[in-house]
Design a protein around this ligand. Sequence first.
Ligand code: NAD
Ligand code: UGA
Length: 453
Amino acid sequence: MNICCIGAGYVGGPTMAMIALKCPDITVTVVDMNAKRIAAWNTGQLPIFEPGLDEVVNQARGRNLFFSTDVAGQIKKADIIFVAVNTPTKSYGVGAGRAADLRFIESVARTIAEHAESDKIIVEKSTIPVKTADAIQAIVASNSKGLKFQVLSNPEFLAEGTAVKDLTNPDRVLIGGERTPEGDRAVATLVSIYARWVARDRIITTNLWSSELSKLVANAFLAQRISSINSISALCEATGADVDEVANAIGQDSRIGPKFLKSSVGFGGSCFQKDILNLTYLCESFGLPEVAAYWTSVVGINDWQKQRFANRIVKELFNTVADKKIAVLGFAFKKDTNDTRESAAINICRSLLAEQAKVCVYDPKVPAHEITADTLGQGGANSRLTVAADAYAACAGAHAIAIVTEWDEFKTLDYAKIFAAMPKPAFIYDGRNILDLAALRKIGFRTAGIGKP
Ligand code: NAD
Ligand code: UGA
C-alpha cells in the first residue's frame, strides 16, 4: 500500500512518521510545496521541535518514510491521500476574521483530480468546517477519467509538545465516512491501519459530518475550560482565593476532572481561536446566533486575559513602563514547542511596546528573527524590542520579569542571582503559576501570579 500525505507541517510530519513507524510494510511519502520544509525533514535538523520526534523519524526515514516535493508524482502512486494542509482563518472577503480559508484544501482537491490515474481514498486530516467533504467530493468527482474517490474525515487530536506521546497512545482515533458500501469499505481500510497499534475500541467510526464537527467541538470545549478557569482567576485575585486551589478542588469531582484547568496568561496556538471562530461562523451561517455568541465569549475572555496580564505589569510598575526594561521569559505558545502561532507572548510584547517599554525576550527554542517578525510584522523594526541569548541576560537590569511560557528551565533559574542584577523594587509576574512565589518574596521580589493571592 502507498500512502501520500499532502502538507508536511506540525500535523502531516508527525502523524505520517508514526504510521510509517508502526506499519513498515506501507510506503508513506509526505509531500509539500515548501521545498525548504521538505529539505529540513530530510536532514538531522527537523523543521519542527517536538520531543521524541527525531527518534521516530530516524527509524522510518529512508525505509518506508519519505519526504518529497513531487506532489503530482506521489498522488499518482498513492492508494490513500491524507490532506494535512493549513486551514487558517480567512483574512479577506465574506467571513473575514472568522471563517476558515479553504483555498489550500480546494487547491489540493483540484491537484488530486488532475493527476490521479487510479481510484483513491482521500482523508481529511486538516481541521475544516462541516460539509467540506462535500466540496472535495464534488471537485474530485468532476475528473474526466471515470475514477472513483471516497472522502473520509479523520481529524487529528495531537497537541504540540506531546505529539509523539499522543500519536503513540491516542485517547481515540475518529474516522467518519459515507454510510454506503463503498464508504464502509474505505473506513475499514483506514481502521485497519490504525488498528496496528491502537486498540480497536478506541477507534470510533461515525458519519462524515459528525466526525468533521467533533473536531471543532473538541477544541471549543478544551478552550472553554481554559477561559472558564481564567475568568475565575480574576475573581480569585479580587477575593484572595487561589486559582490552583480552586482548580484542584473542583477537578477532584470526577464529572469535572482535573485536566485543562491550568489558569494562564491566555491560550495560544494555531487552532483554538481559529477553530472556535470557524464554529461560530458555521453557527451563524445556519441561523444560530445565540450559539455563536456563546462560543465567541470563550475567545473574548482569552483576549481579555492577555490584556489583563500586560495591564497588571504597567500597574505594578507605578503606572508607567516607558523606558523601563521588561524581561519576557518564553515566547512559544506553550513549552516544548518552537511554534509561536497566536502565542499570548505576541500580544503582551505588543502591549508593552505600545507603553514604550524596552522589551527583552528569551525563549529556548524560538529564533530571534521569528520573535521580531511575530511581534512587529515581517520587516518591522523597533529598537525597544531585543532578544537575549539566555534568561539571565534577558533579566539583567530589568524592572520586571514576565513568565509567559512554562518552559521547565524557568523553574530552576537562580532567582537570587537574577534579583541582584535588577533595579529595585524588582517585580516578577508568573503568567503560568510555575514558580514558588513565597520563596521569591523571601529573596525580595514583589510578585504576582495568575489568580494568586
Ligand atoms: P502547517 O502550516 O504547519 O502545515 C501545513 C503545510 O501544508 C505547509 O507546510 C504548507 O506548505 C503545506 N501546503 C499548503 N497547501 C499545499 C498544497 N497545495 N500543496 C502542498 N503543500 C501544501 O499546519 P499544521 O499545524 O500542520 O496544521 C494543518 C491542519 O491540521 C490545520 O487544518 C490544523 O487546524 C490541523 N491541526 C493542527 C494541529 C497542530 O497541533 N498544529 C493539531 C490538530 C489539527
Ligand atoms: C490543542 C488540543 O489540545 C489538541 O487536542 C488539538 O489537536 C490541537 O489543539 C489542534 O487542533 O491544533 P495545542 O494547541 O497544540 O493542542 O496545545 P494545548 O496543550 O491544547 O494548549 C493550547 C494552549 O492552551 C496553550 O497556550 C496552553 O498553554 C494553553 N493551556 C492549556 C492553558 O492555558 N491551560 C491549560 O490547562 C491547558
